[in-house]
Design a protein around this ligand. Structure first.
Ligand code: GLU
Length: 555
C-alpha cells in the first residue's frame, strides 16, 4: 500500500505536516519540575462540584511547581452541545476564585499562546496529525456501517469473547486495498479513521498514577476511532494531540478515565509524543439520606452537585475552597492549624497526599467550616460580600442593606474583629434574617417570654430600664445599670446566689437581660446587646421598650 497516496486521498485539503504545529507551539520555557496541567470539561453549561474539585487540583498542582494551568473546552461531542455551554463553567470557576493561567476565559474569549483552546477550532491540527498517521501506516479508513458493527458485537457476545470491539479478524477494513478504498470514497461511502493498533492480547502495560501508584492493565488491541465520519476527532484522539501541543505534563482527570489509559498511551506513542504523567482523582460522594450509603453526587437529585448552588446560597468562595481542600488533601487541616490566616490557595498541595477512594462531601461540615471562615472576616468585607450577593439574589434586601452602608457594616461588626468572634453566619443568604430586627422594613415584634418569666415582671423591667439606660455608658456601667434593676424588682444580680436558693428570687440578672433583649430585638438570642443598643439609638430603644412593656402589661 502506498500510504502517502492514501493520505492524500483521505485528506486532500491538508497541506501542513505536524512539524508546522511543532514550530507554532514550541516547548514551554519553564523551570525544571514545573508542571503543566489542564481542566478539560465539555461545554455542558453546568459545573459539577466534582469539576470544581478537579479544577482546584489542576490549579494547585501547577501553582506549587511554578508551572501553568489552563482551561480547554472539549466540544467534539456535538450531541451534548448547547448554545453557550461555557459561561456556566467559567462563571462557576471565577465565583470560587479558581483561575487558570491560560485558556478559555468565557464564551468566545481566551488567553494564551497555545490556543485556540476550544477543540472545535482545532480540527485542522487533528486532521494534520491524522494524515501523518495514515502516511506512516498507523491509521486507516473504515467503511463499516452501524449494522455491520452491531453484527460484530453480537457475534462477539454470542462467542463470549473477553475483548469486544474492532480488532483482529473483525477489523476487516484494515486490509482494504487502495483501489477498494478509492472506490468506496468515489461511491460516497462514509468512513471513520481508525487507529491501527499494534497491541497484543497477552501483553500488559504498566503506568504510575500519581495518586494511586502503579497500575497494570492489558495492552490496548482495539482499532479505536480517531476521526468520526464528520471528520471531527473523538475525545481520545483530540486530547492526545492537544495535551501534546499544549505541553501538558500531568493529565489530572476523573477516575472514570483509568480504563482508557492503555488506549491513550498507545496513541501518544503512535504519534511520537511523550506520554504525560497521570493522576486520576476520586469521585465526590455523599451519604444518601435514605440508605445511608455513599453515592456519587447526582445532578438530578442533589442541588449541591451544581457549583451554582453555592453561589446562589451565598457561600463565600473562601469557605468552599477551604472545605474542598480538607476533603482533597489529608495534610490540609494540619497545615491550616499551623498557618491560620494564610490564603488556602497558598497551601503546598501534593498530589501524592490525595486519597484514592471517594471524597465525602458533607454540607453540614461545609456549614461549620464556613461559619469559622466568615467569623474571621472583617466587617467591611462581610458587608461587601453580603451586598454583592444580595444585589443578585435579594434585591429588596440589597436596597435596605445599602441605604446606610456605615450602619450596616457596624451591625455586621458586632462580635467580630475580636479574638473570639461569633460563629453564626454560614452563608450570605442567612444574613437578612440574622440582622432583620435592626431594620423597620423587616422588624416584626414578638415578645414571647421564656416560661420562667411572668409578663408583669417583664413589663416592670422594660419600664424601669427605659428610665435608666444611657448610651454614653461604657460597657461596665451599662451592665451595672441592669444589675441595679434586679433587687428592687425581686431578682438577684448574682447568679450563684440565685442557684443557691432559687425560691428566694423571681430570677437572676440573666433573666433581666433576656427581658431587655426580647423587648429590643424580639429574640432570645442575639449577639452583644450593648453593641445592638448603640446601633438602635435612644429613640428606637425607648419606643421598643414601651411597646414591649405595653404588650406584657396586658398579660
Ligand atoms: N472532556 C473530558 C471530560 O469532560 C475530559 C477528560 C480529561 O480531562 O482528559 O470528562
Amino acid at each position: 500500500m502506498d500510504f502517502e497516496k492514501l493520505a492524500d486521498l483521505l485528506f486532500p485539503e491538508i497541506d501542513k505536516t505536524p512539524d508546522y504545529y511543532e514550530k507554532l507551539y514550541p516547548a514551554r520555557n519553564l523551570p525544571e519540575g514545573a508542571r503543566v496541567t489542564r481542566f478539560a470539561p465539555s461545554p455542558t453549561g453546568y459545573l459539577h462540584i466534582g469539576g470544581l474539585f478537579g479544577a482546584l487540583v489542576d490549579v494547585l498542582t501547577a501553582k506549587v511547581s511554578g508551572g501553568i494551568s489552563y482551561l480547554r473546552i472539549e466540544d467534539t461531542d456535538k450531541k451534548r452541545e448547547i448554545e453557550d455551554g461555557v459561561s456556566g463553567i467559567t462563571n462557576g470557576l471565577k465565583a470560587f476564585g479558581v483561575e487558570f493561567d491560560e485558556g478559555v476565559t468565557g464564551f468566545g474569549t481566551e488567553t494564551g499562546n497555545y490556543g485556540p483552546y476550544t477543540q472545535s477550532q482545532r480540527v485542522e491540527i487533528y486532521r494534520t496529525v491524522a494524515k501523518s498517521l495514515v502516511k506512516q501506516g498507523l491509521a486507516y479508513p473504515c467503511f463499516c456501517t452501524s449494522e455491520e458493527l452491531d453484527s460484530i458485537r453480537e457475534e462477539q457476545e454470542a462467542g463470549g469473547a473477553d475483548i469486544r470491539g474492532y480488532f483482529g479478524k473483525w477489523a476487516k477494513c484494515r486490509s482494504l486495498s487502495y483501489e477498494e478504498i478509492e472506490k468506496n470514497i468515489a461511491g460516497g461511502k462514509s468512513w471513520v479513521l481508525r487507529f491501527c493498533s499494534d497491541g497484543s492480547e497477552d501483553k500488559r502495560i504498566a503506568f504510575e498514577d500519581m495518586i494511586r501508584g502503579k497500575i497494570e492493565m492489558p495492552e490496548n488491541i482495539i482499532d479505536e476511532v480517531l476521526l468520526k465520519s464528520d471528520g471531527i476527532p473523538t475525545y481520545h484522539f483530540a486530547h492526545c494531540c492537544d495535551d501534546h501541543f499544549m505541553g501538558t505534563t500531568h493529565v489530572i482527570r476523573g477516575e472514570e478515565w483509568i480504563s482508557s489509559v492503555p488506549k491513550h498511551i498507545a496513541l501518544f506513542r503512535a504519534c511520537g509524543y511523550r506520554v504525560p504523567k497521570y493522576a486520576h482523582t476520586p469521585q465526590v460522594l455523599k451519604l444518601d439520606d435514605e440508605t445511608g450509603d455513599k453515592r456519587k453526587l447526582s445532578k438530578r437529585k442533589d442541588p449541591e452537585a451544581a457549583v451554582s448552588y453555592f453561589v446562589e446560597e451565598g457561600f463565600p468562595k473562601e469557605s468552599l475552597i477551604e472545605y474542598l481542600l480538607t476533603i482533597i488533601s489529608s495534610g490540609f487541616e494540619d497545615w491550616r492549624r499551623a498557618n491560620p490566616g494564610v490564603p488556602a490557595m497558598d497551601y503546598p498541595f501534593n498530589l501524592k497526599k490525595m486519597s484514592s477512594s471517594g471524597c465525602l462531601f458533607d454540607l453540614v461540615k461545609l456549614t461549620d467550616v464556613s461559619k469559622n471562615v466568615i467569623s474571621l472576616m472583617k466587617a467591611d468585607k462581610v458587608y461587601a460580600c453580603v451586598a454583592q450577593w444580595a444585589q443578585s439574589y435579594n434585591k429588596d434586601f440589597y436596597a435596605v442593606l445599602c441605604a446606610d452602608p456605615a450602619r450596616s457594616a457596624a451591625i455586621l461588626n458586632i462580635d467580630r474583629e475580636n479574638p473570639k468572634p461569633r460563629k453564626d453566619i454560614a452563608k450570605w443568604s442567612e444574613v437578612k434574617d440574622y440582622i432583620s430586627y435592626f431594620f423597620p422594613e423587616y422588624y416584626e415584634s414578638d415578645f414571647t417570654l421564656p416560661e420562667n418569666i411572668n409578663p408583669a415582671d417583664a413589663a416592670a423591667i422594660a419600664e424601669k430600664y427605659a428610665g435608666v439606660f444611657d448610651l454614653n455608658d461604657d460597657k461596665d456601667t451599662w451592665f451595672s445599670r441592669i444589675k441595679d434593676l434586679c433587687a428592687p424588682l425581686g431578682f438577684t444580680p448574682n447568679v450563684k446566689e440565685y442557684k443557691a436558693d432559687p425560691s428566694a428570687f423571681k430570677g437572676h440578672v440573666g433573666d433581666v437581660s433576656t427581658v431587655i433583649r426580647i423587648a429590643l430585638t424580639s429574640r432570645k438570642n442575639t449577639p452583644d446587646l450593648y453593641s445592638i443598643m448603640s446601633i438602635l439609638g435612644t429613640d428606637e430603644i425607648k419606643a421598643r421598650l414601651a411597646c414591649a412593656a405595653a404588650c406584657w402589661a396586658k398579660g
